[in-house]
Design a binder for this molecule. Sequence first.
Ligand code: TYM
Length: 349
Amino acid sequence: MTASTDQASQNSRFAPRIFSGIQPSGGLTLGNYLGALKRFVEKQDEGIETVYCMVDMHAITVWQDPARLRQQTREVAAGFIAAGIDPERSILFNQSQVTAHAELAWIFNCVARMGWMNRMTQFKDKAGKDKEAASLGLYAYPALMAADILAYHATHVPVGEDQRQHLELTRDIAIKFNHDYDVDFFPVTEPLIEGAATRVMSLRDGTKKMSKSDPSDMSRINLTDDADAIAQKFRKARTDPDPLPEGPDALEGRAEARNLVNIYAALAGVEVAQVLAEYAGQGFGAFKPRLADLAVSVLSPISARMGELMQDTGEIDRILGRGAERADAIARPIMEQCYDIVGMVRSRG
Ligand code: TYM
């Protein structure tokens, strides 16, 4: 299921464009911030064209209360802006306002194979034991995700580690479409999974990823947590009794310890080795308060700004509307060409 290297070089005909998305199915976590948002801002600041999306249609693949979904879409948008996304330089919008996503997803439903979808581990995790009761949308989720990316001919997608398999499927869909229709139409997108925090783990269990859907709020840091909550969650975070080691290799087999060191490194913007050089030999009793202080210093300005932005949801809606118009201006012509390639008659004035 991997793309050949000539496929990657084929991408040179596509201008670099970044696309990524976040589900507004809950509040933003430190995992979303370090694995995604912080890196979205870096890409924007590198001057690459960046398109960022609140994927509300993905969110409803599992039940969402309508009022909460609306609120969370705005709150996640506020999180993007508070973290440093400039809606002038980046395109920021919510998925359902640009119809190309749903349209292209249907075409990709007809390109992707059942066998490919059956291998998707996220479906298995999310559907749980009762697969018969899962929505059809949850099953088709990765085809919509491929549509999100390819509707913009995006060449690069910054994500956390948990999205790797979905991005491989996106590549497979692009390759199969290009092959079936004998075109060089969709780029074979490169995942960007980089840095110390591509997989931030739960504070209660170092083998599970930090997630907005974990039933225990103590397992995660929310972007809206205040300083006391952040300090308390790190203080109670599970660790082992050993002191911090001298080098990164010695963190092998110490999932919780490694997680906290990775979080520190990502928040401070330094290498793991640098963190260990500073703290080697110290226990978690000393390390955790320093980590909490660092997290508060990074997150509290973001959460304060989010709070301010949420005072004026009309303005957030205007930003999303404007972003959707700009997104549509890119996706619409791509969609029309795609319909033409597939053989659909397009004769409306
Ligand atoms: P979602 O909403 O679960 O998460 C959004 C982004 O945050 C990253 N992330 C993490 N990174 C590190 N550690 C963690 N604990 C952690 N938790 C979440 C995710 O990897 C992701 O980058 N399917 C996607 C949304 C999506 C999308 C797309 C992404 C829909 N269409 C197109 C990229 C391109 C999702 O559920 O992300």
